[in-house]
Write a protein that binds this ligand. Sequence first.
Ligand SMILES: Cc1ncc(COP(=O)(O)O)c(C=O)c1O
Length: 470
Amino acid sequence: MEAAFARFVSEHPRYQGTAAIDTLRRRDFARLDREGQVYLDYTGSGLYAASQVELHAATLLARILGNPHSASRASLESTRLVEHCRERVLTFFRADPAEYVVVFTANASHALKLVGESYPFESGDVFLLTFDNHNSVNGIREFDRLRGARTVYVPMAPPELRVDESLLDGQLALARPGGHNLFAYPAQSNFSGVQHPLDWIERAQARGFDVLLDAAAFVPTNRLDLSEVRPDFVALSFYKLFGYPTGVGALIARRSALARLHRPWFAGGTIEVASVQADRFVRAAGAAAFEDGTVDFANIPAVELGLDLLDSVGMAVIHERVQLLTAWVLKRLGGLRHSSGQPLVSLYGPATAERRGGTLAFNLKDAAGAIVDHRRVEKAANEGGISLRTGCFCNPGAGELALGLSRDDLQKCFTESPVRLTWEDLRQCVDPKAAGAVRASLGLVSNFADAYAFASFVESFLDRPAVQPA
Ligand SMILES: Cc1ncc(COP(=O)(O)O)c(C=O)c1O
């Protein structure tokens, strides 16, 4: 490993400019190396620094925090911390407070649902979305269908799993003039790591779409600068950036776009006043109208500590390190061949680190071309202290295209299988095609040793049969 590291650094001297991450890892993430763990599921969740937890515990222990919806001292203290954090989130994403507001949510899915359930779709409107989307975006189609709007998927092409831009232009032309049309896509795919262009935002808006940017997989290792790109809605979960707190996400929305949404109900916290006898209510202004009940006031202050942590290292440094390690891993995996000359790794997504993040989806194939069951890969990784993820990562569209599953393949499974199709039924149904993949993702404190351990682990499958003799 030392020799490989020396070669890597001599080929990529810029890596040394990311040494602040090693210092951070030694100080705040010592548990990783103490436990001998190689964590490669940053797209699943970021990891938290010891200091975040300590500082948050100190805040909780020092203060009296009451339910924010009141004027008591304890209530005002919670309100002050929550509002301070709201401003901090805007600053972190360089969003102009005159233009954007932060709605605190439980997670990215909740932020996406708030938009979906409140978007004023009407008959003939279009909900346009990429094949490459998390299920929490796909689910919005159930809302648009209820209101008579059309769901239109933008296709992508393997092996890179990118969108054909000329097709996109054609689909952007489908917006109903004067209607409410919504375009949703991920800034970075949680399946393939592809980074879809942020200049689509302006293009889509110019064609009559509001844009919902799913930034959940992008923001942990990339700067999202809302003074440069101006989506109408941005959804994210904070634990993906820095592991803690869980249970807090955000919908960052343009004030003008938020004002166009119609919430289907009201709740405590979302109204100015409501009357039973008058059967009337008046909605609260701005973010409050979207925060049902009590926000997570004890945990929200911890979000600021996480943002401070990222700023202390710098998003550019985090981004640089992840890019360099990703490029190295991709090259190593691409070079792994069985004695027969057959490649070991079947990668789903771009084979270079250009316009992609550090999320790699793949399957392993034996010398005869048979796929190694991803569950076997995960089991072996666990035994080697490596945390990966397997399955379809809640992104069926990218998975179906990557694995070569056609509409017919899938419709057959849904119509011919039991009433309540399970994952295992689907897997059996598409056999011998794969129904899932393996995913490794790099993040905040990844280092060369992690990348090396992962490449060595994959290499250990060389010249082994996909199905092991019983
Ligand atoms: C791109 C993307 N969008 C949305 C989500 C949903 O995030 P959450 O489960 O925190 O709501 C995820 C989670 O993996 C994701 O990667």
